[in-house]
Design a protein around this ligand. Structure first.
Ligand code: BES
Ligand code: MN
Ligand code: MN
Length: 457
């Protein structure tokens, strides 16, 4: 443990400076205007892995953005950890709501503000630096492989192809990911599940062109009104999702599981205050923790149509659109839910309009084992570095690749995230606590140590 603290102390400023350099790349995968920046980020990550001592570092091309691979294989008899992360980030919009520019990392109140500070540059880079630490102190106890992708925020479409084509190279005993949250730094936790995702875009078309709302209004259905009604009907009065068959495959938690999940500390007033809402909303019969971690949901991510510019323009729009996502839980299937949604949405369309439905990316839900050697190693590592045992929790977000690793490679994942739900992921003013960054660099070598030790038993 001493060598870990010493390394971090001796390199404190540099560890931060390097992360800042990484955060200055605007690696927005969703927007083609950042293409060169995303590609340069991949090169930077590869360079850093090489500098830390990784072998066979390669920027592997895909049909989209490249995957950075690197490894250090010390002994075939030792277990192998595959570290996964993503160097791409979400678009920074709306820019005007940032207090400091998203790609100029700034420290305020002990926190690093930048797009990607937590999701996922700050988190995956802890692994790179923990690796450097183990190399420099000659304490790497197992084989390690890195796979850092550049398309996580847009659905990891090319990662599946890469994984299928590189099964031998990616062989490992466990996948280790830091791309999730903890309850708080006082209450460390380990996520033991992620929700799946089904993402759909809908377009409702009324008249064949925009109309003068005085000349035609009252005689022709307004697609924006119709779309709003259709969307509103997707939840019933108890906030259950009103798509026939939607819940058919959901595995309900046992009473004991529900009780365990609700043990996690949660203060409703603080939760509401933080979000600035007077009341919470959700599926009847479930707590907030259950609603976000264990229940499927349906959200409108964006809705538009008609005139949204300055001032008032009287118009009856021809079209209205929405982007709708559904979070899924075990044992729901993304394809099946997309199909159920499509059928239902078409069936509720009134004759005044036409509906066009376009599915986007999806992903399958997962639960990760809590009785594995790797999970125990993670518990031990956190207990040692935080002085407190972690609480298992279910995460509400999605990392579609986790189910894919399991299906394609037969490898289970440990989700060892150091972020906080309040870090403003995908929001303006994304942040990551400097404390969490160093704590991660401190904890990860312990994971490797205990994973190697417990695997040998
Ligand atoms: N790191 C997040 C997922 C996450 C965040 C899981 C917090 C648990 C806690 C990841 O980068 C992400 O944003 N995933 C997307 C899905 C993807 C297909 C775009 C998501 O969850 O919306
Ligand atoms: Mn992420
Ligand atoms: Mn994300």
């Amino acid at each position: 443990m001493d060598h870990i603290k010493q390394f971090i102390d001796a390199n404190k400023q540099r560890l931060l400076d390097e992360l800042f350099e990484l955060l200055r790349f605007p690696s927005v995968s969703a927007d083609p205007k950042y293409k060169d920046d995303v590609l340069n980020t991949a090169q930077y990550v590869a360079k850093k892995l090489r500098e830390c001592g990784a072998d066979n570092v390669e920027v592997c091309p895909t049909a989209g953005y490249p995957i950075v691979y690197g490894e250090k294989l010390i002994d075939p008899a030792k277990p192998t950890v595959l570290v996964y992360g993503h160097y791409d980030v979400q678009p920074p919009d709306p820019l005007e709501l940032w207090h400091t520019p998203p790609f100029e990392p700034t420290v305020r109140d002990g926190k690093i503000f930048a797009r990607g500070a937590c999701d996922d540059k700050g988190q995956f880079y802890m692994h790179v630096k923990a690796f450097e630490l183990m190399m420099q102190t000659d304490t790497l106890p197992c084989n390690i492989k890195f796979m850092i992708e550049g398309e996580e925020e847009v659905g990891s479409n090319n990662l599946g192809i890469f994984v299928k084509a590189n099964k031998e190279r990616l062989k490992a005993d466990v996948v280790l990911i830091s791309d999730t949250s903890m309850i708080s730094m006082e209450t460390p936790s380990l996520e033991t599940g992620l929700r799946g995702l089904s993402y759909i875009e809908v377009e409702v078309t009324g008249p064949n062109r925009d109309l003068h709302s005085g000349v035609y209004g009252g005689a022709v259905a307004n697609p924006a009104t119709i779309l709003a009604k259709m969307i509103a009907s997707l939840h019933d009065e108890n906030n259950h999702i009103a798509i026939p068959g939607f819940y058919d495959d959901v595995i309900n938690l046992t009473d004991a599981e529900r009780k365990a999940i609700n043990q996690a500390p949660y203060n409703e007033q603080e939760y509401k205050d933080d979000l600035g809402v007077n009341e919470l909303w959700g599926e009847k019969g479930y707590s907030t923790i259950e609603r976000t971690g264990t229940r499927p949901t349906l959200e409108v991510n964006g809705i538009w149509g008609g005139y949204i510019g300055e001032g008032a323009k009287t118009v009856l729009p021809s079209k209205a659109n929405a982007k709708i996502s559904m979070r899924l839980v075990p044992n729901q299937s993304s394809d099946k839910i997309t199909e159920l949604f499509t059928k239902h949405f078409e069936s509720i369309a009134p004759p005044y309009i036409k509906v066009k439905i376009t599915p986007h990316h999806g992903g399958e839900p997962v639960v990760t084992p809590t009785d594995s050697v790797a999970f125990r190693a993670a518990e031990k590592a956190i207990t040692e570095s935080f002085g407190k045992a972690p609480i298992p929790t279910r995460g509400g977000g999605s990392i579609p690749i986790v189910a894919l690793f399991e299906a394609e490679l037969g490898i289970k994942t440990v989700l060892m995230g150091f972020g906080l739900d309040s870090d403003n992921l995908h929001s303006p003013n994304e942040k990551y606590d400097i404390f969490n960054y160093y704590k991660g660099i401190e904890t990860l070598p312990l994971f490797h140590k205990y994973f190697a030790e417990l695997s040998a038993k």
